[in-house]
Design a protein around this ligand. Structure first.
Ligand SMILES: Cc1ncc(C[n+]2csc(CCOP(=O)(O)OP(=O)(O)O)c2C)c(N)n1
Length: 374
C-alpha cells in the first residue's frame, strides 16, 4: 500500500519524467522568428488566412476597447483575451456550422469567429446577457460563456453524445483553461468521453496562469496533453500562438470525432498577455520580463508576417483592415449603448424550465413588492 506523505520525492518525480517522454512535442507551422514549415501548413487559400487574420485583428481591437470601457464604468468586469487570439480564432474557425461550441468567459474571439455580432458580445458584457435565443436550437450551437470553471465539459460531452445518438454528423468542442484541469468536472468529462467514445474535442488554452497560480503549481504532469492518456485517448500539444497549427489540429480532431474515432484533447500552449480580469493586477504575481518574452511570440503579429511573406499582404491592406476594425468597434459600442438593458424580472428567467415556489417568492419580493425588507 502506498501512502502519500508530502511532496514528491526525486524517485517518484522520475515517474512523471517518464510520462513526459510520451508527451508529444508542440505542433507548429509559423515559428516565432517568422519562418514557416511549409510541409505542416494546412491547405488554406489566401482569403481563408486573411479571414483568420481579420478575426484576430478585430478581436484585439475589441479587447483593447473593452478594457477602456470597463475603466470608464461602461461595462462590468471584463476578462481580456490578448495573446490568445490565434488559439480562439483558429479553433472556432475549424468548426462547421452544425458543430457545437462551448466557450468560456475569456473566449470573446470564439464568438466573433462563430459569427456573433460585436454588438451582441458587448451587450452581454453590459449585463443584458441575452444574445442567445433560447427558443432557437440553431443559435444554441454556440453556448453562453461558462463562468464556473470546467462545468461546461460534461455539458459538451453530453451534447455530443446526444447528437451521436440522433445520428447527426457533428462534433462538440469545449474550451477551457489550464486551471480547469484541476476540477472534478474536467476528469468526469474526460472519463465519460473516453468510456463512451463521444465526438468531443477538449480544447485547453494553456495560457500559463490561472489567476495568480502558475501552470507549474496547477499540475505535476509535464504537459496537459498527456492527461488524455489516462482516459484512453489521444492528447496533442499545439503552439497556441500559431493560428494555422491550431486550425489544423482542431480540424483534424473534429474530423476524427465525426468519423467515429472518439474524443481528443488539444493543449494549445499560449499566454495571457493582460490581466486575468479588469479587477486583477498581474504585476503582483508575475515578472514583466516573462510578459515581454511572450509578446515576442505575439499571435497577431505572427499571422501578419505569414500573410506578408507568403501571400504578399501589403501596407495598404493592413491600413484598411485596421481602419475597418476600429470602425466596427466604434459602431458596436454605439449600438450597444442604445440597448435598453436588463429588466429586474429577467434574472428570474431561464434558471429552471418551470420556476420553483422559492424562486417565485423571491421574484415577488424583488419585482412586485420591492418595499419588503429583505
Ligand atoms: C468552480 C469555480 N471555482 C472558482 C472560480 C473562480 N475562478 C474564476 S477564473 C479562475 C481561474 C481559471 O483559470 P484557467 O482555467 O486557467 O482559465 P483562464 O482564466 O486562465 O482563462 C478561478 C479559479 C470559478 N469561476 N468557478
Amino acid at each position: 500500500m502506498f501512502y502519500y506523505d508530502g511532496p514528491p520525492s526525486p524517485g517518484r518525480r522520475s515517474v512523471i519524467d517518464d510520462m513526459a517522454i510520451q508527451a508529444p512535442d508542440v505542433n507548429r507551422v509559423l515559428a516565432p522568428d517568422g519562418t514557416v514549415d511549409e510541409r505542416a501548413a494546412p491547405d488554406l487559400s489566401r482569403s481563408a488566412v486573411e479571414e483568420l487574420y481579420r478575426l484576430q485583428v478585430l478581436a484585439r481591437t475589441f479587447d483593447e476597447k473593452a478594457v477602456t470601457l470597463h475603466r470608464q464604468g461602461r461595462i462590468g468586469t471584463y476578462a481580456p483575451l490578448a495573446g490568445q487570439e490565434a488559439a480562439q480564432v483558429g479553433a472556432a474557425y475549424a468548426l462547421a456550422d452544425e458543430d457545437y461550441c462551448f466557450p468560456t468567459y475569456r473566449d470573446h474571439a470564439m464568438y466573433l469567429a462563430r459569427g456573433l455580432d460585436l454588438e451582441d458580445v458587448l451587450v452581454y458584457l453590459n449585463g443584458e446577457g441575452n444574445y442567445v435565443d433560447r427558443e432557437d436550437p440553431e443559435t444554441l450551437r454556440t453556448f453562453p460563456p461558462a463562468i464556473p470553471i470546467a462545468t461546461q465539459l460534461p455539458h459538451a460531452v453530453g451534447v455530443g453524445m446526444a447528437a451521436d445518438y440522433r445520428g447527426d454528423d457533428c462534433a462538440s468542442l469545449v474550451s477551457f483553461g489550464d486551471g480547469a484541469t484541476s476540477e472534478g468536472d474536467f476528469h468526469e468529462g474526460m472519463n465519460f468521453a473516453g468510456v463512451f467514445d463521444t465526438p468531443t474535442v477538449f480544447f485547453c488554452q494553456n495560457n500559463q496562469w490561472a489567476i495568480s497560480v502558475p501552470r507549474e503549481r496547477q499540475t505535476a504532469s509535464a504537459t496537459i496533453a498527456q492527461k488524455a492518456q489516462a482516459y484512453g485517448f489521444e492528447g496533442i500539444r499545439v503552439d497556441g500562438n500559431d493560428v494555422l497549427a491550431v486550425y489544423d489540429a482542431v480540424r483534424d480532431a473534429l474530423d476524427a470525432a465525426k468519423a467515429g474515432e472518439g474524443p481528443r484533447l488539444i493543449e494549445a500552449v499560449t499566454y495571457r498577455q493582460g490581466a486575468h480580469t479588469t479587477t486583477d493586477d498581474p504585476s503582483k504575481y508575475r515578472d514583466d520580463e516573462e510578459v515581454a518574452e511572450w509578446r515576442k511570440k505575439d499571435p497577431v503579429e505572427r499571422t501578419r508576417e505569414f500573410l506578408e511573406d507568403v501571400h504578399g499582404w501589403t501596407d495598404e491592406e493592413e491600413r484598411d483592415l485596421r481602419e475597418w476594425a476600429d470602425e466596427r468597434v466604434v459602431e458596436a459600442v454605439a449600438a450597444a449603448g442604445e440597448r435598453t438593458g436588463l429588466d429586474v424580472d429577467d434574472i428570474f428567467e431561464h434558471v429552471y424550465a418551470t420556476s420553483t415556489p422559492r424562486l417565485g417568492r423571491q421574484r415577488e419580493q424583488v419585482v412586485d413588492e420591492p418595499e419588503i425588507e429583505r
